[in-house]
Each structure stands twice: as C-alpha cells, then as structure tokens.
Design a protein. Structure first.
Length: 208
C-alpha cells in the first residue's frame, strides 16, 4: 500500500464513523457567528494543479463517511476547494454542520456551505464549494442553484452513485449560469440558467 493510501485508510478509520461528526467539531470544522469554517488541506485528497483532478477524488471518499449513503435519513457533507496562490488546488475537510430538513415523513441533515478555510500555511482563496447528497439519482436542487446561495465561482455536487455536477453561476454577471455533468474526464454542458431565472435557479436544458 502506498503512503498516500495508508493515510487515506487511517483518515477513513478516524473520520468514517459518527465520531467524526462530533470529535471533528472545532478541529476540522466548526461554527463561527452563524457561519461555518473548515480546515485544510484534507490529506485524503491529493492536491493538483488541475482542479478537476481534485474534484474527481471527492465522491468516493465522501461516500465512506457516516450517513453519506442513508437516503432520506442521510447526512450531507460540505467543503471548499481552494488555493494558496501557488497554482495548486486543495480540498478542505468536509463539514456536516447544517440544518435538519424534512423529506416527506422523514428527516435528513443538510450541510451549510463553509464561509472560509483555515490553513496554517497561508491565506486560503476559495474557488468552489462541494457537497454530497445521500441518495441517487440526485442532481442539483433548486436551492443549490438559487443565486442567493452562491458563495464561490463554482459549485460541485455529487450523489451516492458519484454522478458529479458543476454549476458555474455567474451570479453577478450578465451571462447565463452553466450546469455541467461530469462524463469521464470531461464536462458536458447540460443546461443554462438564464439571467432572469438566476434568483429561482430555473434550468433550461441545452437545445430548448
């Protein structure tokens, strides 16, 4: 086993259980004045100069976390992709902090997009947030696409089948938002959000 995968196995042993959600609080993530912070970098994710290489690692590891696959009773995890200005992209630890949401007769724990990353090596500049959904198929929800909920340049979302979606909201720009689906090593444009639809996150399929 390589040193990296030994570290990953150790992290999953420590973090995969419910203990991460409690013991990890104020260590790897925490609340701050109504916002959420996360620590970085997350050693389970290999940094890269290509942000897509970082994105491609997220889902398989997140899906080993406690509750990540438990559907209506499941747990979402949120984190940030960022750089220190050195041209390398990193992933933060995931945070489970958020609100309980009712799904029919059941409840699931949503997560709150972190406000900032704490990295002892320097000032972290966030470029994207990522979050999981605990069931499949589960694309970006309307709330995921609302303009008021966009904090970063990019939003990454994935479900339990590791269908990965990317939203480029262009929140404060005149051009439409863009919705992509990861296909192999490429992104396929599957929809746009017209400027007048950005507040509501309404997607127009490509070709309509």
């Amino acid at each position: 086993m390589s040193l990296r995968w030994a570290k990953v196995a150790l992290l999953l042993t420590a973090c995969g259980g419910a203990g991460y959600r409690y013991a990890g609080r104020d260590v790897y993530f925490g609340p701050d004045g109504g916002q959420v912070w996360v620590r970085g970098p997350w050693p389970a994710i290999q940094p890269s100069r290509n942000v897509d290489d970082v994105i491609d690692q997220l889902c398989p590891i997140i899906m080993e976390m406690d509750g990540a696959r438990e559907k209506d009773y499941g747990q979402e995890y949120c984190g940030v992709l960022y750089s220190l200005g050195d041209g390398v992209f990193y992933a933060s630890y995931p945070s489970p902090l958020g609100e309980m949401q009712r799904i029919g007769p059941n409840k699931r724990k949503s997560c709150t997009s972190p406000r900032y990353v704490r990295d002892e090596r320097g000032r972290a500049v966030g470029i994207a947030d990522y979050h999981s959904h605990p069931w499949a198929p589960s694309p970006l929800t309307p709330e995921d696409r609302w303009a008021k909920n966009q904090r970063w340049l990019i939003r990454i979302q994935f479900d339990t089948d590791c269908h990965v979606m990317k939203l480029v909201p262009h929140a404060n720009e005149p051009q439409p938002g863009e919705v992509y689906l990861r296909k192999g090593r490429a992104w396929e444009l599957v929809g746009i959000i017209k400027p007048e639809h950005k507040p509501f996150g309404i997607v127009t399929d490509v070709g309509d």
